[in-house]
Design a protein around this ligand. Structure first.
Ligand SMILES: Cc1cc2nc3c(=O)[nH]c(=O)nc-3n(C[C@H](O)[C@H](O)[C@H](O)COP(=O)(O)O)c2cc1C
Length: 339
């Protein structure tokens, strides 16, 4: 199967099938500490939040998803227009397809045409940078979208379940270290839903990474997605629920703030405004979503995505008010009670 067909399958399966982990991301284990005397008006509350020195209207990164085949260009264009209009950051899907098939450049470059001022992140897999990218390859990743940052995704689980996936994972850590030196842009490292633990994050931060996006378990299960593509999945479906829940990753990685300066994105199974606010209370300073974004977009277009964002915005403001916080970034562990 070609890489283009695989990418199309991924979107179709994430929209039409139940590909969520059976276990949760863990947000239900916490409840907010109600503030009966907030001394704020609803209009005092702002959802504006910064990441990597840029200010955004709402703390939501639209996670890396697609590119590399014709229809992906349309999805990327819609996401780009939406993010330009709403001042939100987003990432394109893996640009491996672009390195292998330069003719697919339009499905990526369209994002800069549609979003001339938005914050856009490039995306490449850890396995692709294990041996180090050449200068030319790095230039293609960055220049095709005039990237503001580079995301490296770590996905050994997905690769193992994918029949045509990579089996070699040595050298990724040194590849990341080299990328930090070679690229003149901040490096974000994310998982794709199985989570980044405290120990892995410490190695990444020691390598010079600026942002960790934990992308933990509880949302889209990439083992499930890949198993659905296989005729015989009996050998690998035991991995469908493999992963570290997002809340557990946040608890571990946030502790590294004592040792390193970095920013922390919470993602993997975030679906509601409560999940966003609980992420802040657990130490994140931004959040991200993939599954809900692609489903809203494919099922209802940009209007549906706008409604989804508007609802999240209103609800996040109400939660801020009930905690007595003017902005999500003011929220802390004191605002949560573990049930
Ligand atoms: C259709 C689809 C395609 C994806 N493709 C990529 C990709 O190319 N690169 C990447 O880093 N992550 C990719 N992801 C993973 C997401 O960025 C995210 O980490 C993961 O889905 C967990 O978030 P969620 O539970 O909100 O979906 C993809 C997700 C979806 C739904």
């Amino acid at each position: 199967m070609s890489i283009q067909e695989r990418k199309k399958d991924h979107v179709d399966l994430c929209v039409n099938e139940d590909v969520n982990y059976s276990g949760s991301a863990g947000f239900e284990q916490y409840q907010f500490r109600h503030n009966a005397l907030p001394e704020l008006n609803l209009e005092d509350i702002s959802t504006e939040t910064s990441l990597l020195g840029r200010s955004f209207s709402f703390p939501l990164f639209l996670s890396s998803m697609t590119g590399g085949y014709t229809d992906a260009g349309q999805i990327n264009a819609q996401i780009a227009r939406f993010c330009e209009k709403n001042n939100l950051p987003f990432g394109v899907g893996s640009q491996r397809a672009l390195l292998d098939h330069p003719e697919e450049i339009n499905s990526f470059s369209v994002v800069r045409n549609e979003a001339p001022t938005a914050f856009i992140a490039a995306n490449i897999g850890g396995a692709q940078i294990a041996g180090g990218l050449t200068d030319d390859q790095l230039e293609v990743l960055i220049e095709s979208i005039q990237a503001d940052a580079i995301i490296v995704h770590l996905n050994p689980l997905q690769e193992l379940v994918q029949p045509e996936g990579d089996r070699a994972f040595r050298g990724i850590e040194s590849g990341i270290r080299k990328l930090v030196i070679d690229a003149d842009l901040p490096i974000i490292v994310k998982e794709t839903g199985a989570g980044i633990t405290g120990e892995v994050a410490r190695r990444l931060l020691a390598a010079g990474v600026s942002v960790i996006d934990v992308a933990g378990s509880g949302g889209t299960s990439w083992a499930k997605v890949e198993n659905l593509r296989k005729a015989d999945r009996t050998e690998t479906d035991f991995l469908n629920d493999w992963g570290m829940p997002t809340t557990k990753c946040l608890e571990e990685v946030a502790l590294l703030r004592e040792e390193f300066r970095f920013e922390l994105i919470s993602s993997g199974g975030l679906r509601t405004a409560s999940d966003i606010m609980k992420s802040f209370a657990l130490g994140a300073n931004f959040t991200a979503m993939a599954g809900p974004v692609i489903r809203a977009l494919v099922n209802g277009g940009e209007d549906e995505l706008q409604k989804f964002l508007n609802r999240l915005k209103e609800q996040l403001k109400q939660i801020c008010l009930l905690l007595g916080r003017r902005a999500p970034a003011q929220c802390s562990h004191r605002d949560l009670i573990k049930k």
